[in-house]
Design a protein around this ligand. Sequence first.
Ligand code: AMP
Length: 125
Amino acid sequence: MPIDATHPYDDDNIFARILRGEIPAKRVYEDAFAVAFHDIAPQAPVHLLVIPTGAYVSWDDFSARASEAEIAGYIRAIGHVAREHGLVEPGYRLLANIGAHGGQEVPHLHVHLFGGRPLGIMLSQ
Ligand code: AMP
């Protein structure tokens, strides 16, 4: 069920619990600003999620409230993960779902990294 991205942050959302180590995730990268892990239901040969370590619901919330260091750290982490997984040369896709029309289901900001095959059209028709 897509979320309303204007809601306040829910400390018990599944990615908050992953950040706290309460539930497992196949982590591939972490630093002070970001954690990356495999999506539990991959939709491409490479399907990773990169989340900020801070409590932000959506891209909108993050861009409005995060510090310059948090924003730089998160963006750099996404690039780092893409390079580390060999996605740059063949190409890949970044996707951030925001709110109801975006189909966002987990109310903690995340970017999907898809790769490993040609990904086809950008949106279903
Ligand atoms: P979104 O629609 O952008 O909110 O996507 C949420 C994504 O989180 C989906 O691709 C799910 O497969 C993924 N997901 C949900 N729970 C977990 C989990 N425990 N570990 C890893 N990925 C998850």
